[in-house]
Write a protein that binds this ligand. Sequence first.
Ligand code: AMP
Ligand code: MG
Length: 475
Amino acid sequence: MQENQSYLSLPASFYKVATLNPVSNPSFLVINEPLADELGIDVNKLKSERALQILAGNEMPESAAQIAQSYAGHQFGHFTMLGDGRALLIGEQETKQGLKDFQLKGSGRTPYSRGGDGRAAVGPMLREYIISEALHALHIPTTRSLAIVKTGEPVYRECVLDGAILTRVASSHLRVGTFQFARHFCEQEDLRALADYAIQRHYPTLANKENRYAEFFSQVVHRQAKLIASWQQIGFVHGVMNTDNMTISGEAIDFGPCAFMDTFDPSTVFSSIDRVGRYAYENQPKIGGWNLARLAETLLPLVHEDEEQALEIIQAKLDEYPKAFQQYWLEGMRKKLGLQVVMGEDAALIDQLLTIMHQQQADYTNTFRGLSTDQELEIFETDDFKAWQQNWHSRLQKENTSLEAAKASMQKINPAIIARNYYVEEALKFANQGDLTYVETLVDALRSPFTVKTEHQHLQIPPKEDGPFITYCGT
Ligand code: AMP
Ligand code: MG
């Protein structure tokens, strides 16, 4: 790890240097070798006893400061002070993929822990690893999991579970909630320091621009619009889109009660605590906009000294969000249908297919994949679908794309394998019994989602009992 953590250059209110909470008997559960390779980290060093002790939070590289970051956030619409209650930023490193944060998640209590134990359990940390690998393989920007260490200590939730610490790698851990913290609890100069730091780190070309804060906001708007459009396109439900779980970098973060949809239903929600469906599939785009409005509010004093003018400037940037989202959504959905040229009728064509899929209770992933393969699906036998298919074929003809060419390109866009909850839960169940082979097989399959090896074919099949699958927040 680098000795100079850039985060320490921020005003002291943005973090607290924390003490370590050593664990008694750490062992590696997961080492993400492909990620280590991508980052240029020596896998042998990563497997060493020294690395194990660091990633267990037992010792730190010399002169590294382990810090808990301050942030606030709207949780299910309610504003509150949060901060890293169970995570420590242990360093930053310039990697082959740029500057990355390395954070231990589940490393014990910090000054922000409130009533919590600061710990995490094996199951949810493996879930985060599985989901983030799946998203990455689908070309969706995401924080990653470099390793998971079993602590050898129990954690107490609804039942007694094995403790684990996940090493999270992120472009940064700056969140909408970090800005909310700055606006509500710090001086304006601290807020400015944070914004300048975020610009330097994620949008450096804006650094010398006159109205850089408004431009910075606009960039975040676009990255989030793109991210959320990509979730919608693969049927991913994040589950806890609180403002503290929305990054400034545009990476997906914090995978708790998240899941991929099997049967297409826009009202799909997986979290047991989300009783009104605030974070349901169909609500994700507008919640993205709501969260960005919260970010906009924090930036007002930086954008212009006159409040009304500031509001006008930032509102114009916020108004870009629905348009940007729609554009990213259409762009991606066109590709899912093998369309290369933009035509006015495309939105309707996509909507019609989704309506039929909803009516037919079709599997989201398999339907799109099936359009480009010879897969036999019930939905393909219906009259509604056949009528739609005619329209689709004519639409392809209009741009002179052959069905064959369309299908070839669609197979590179529409995954055959996603992290279906049924198989994720099955893998976690075996992992909790000490057998990691299911997790390994699943992750192996998820890493090449557009091709299916024989031994992974079963992962394409939706679970037979497609009842409401609920993930619980026992994280
Ligand atoms: P999350 O649900 O992971 O986004 O976390 C929301 C907030 O609760 C953050 O401030 C976390 O640090 C905190 N938190 C979650 N789990 C724990 C825990 N076991 N101990 C202390 N703080 C926690
Ligand atoms: Mg969080």
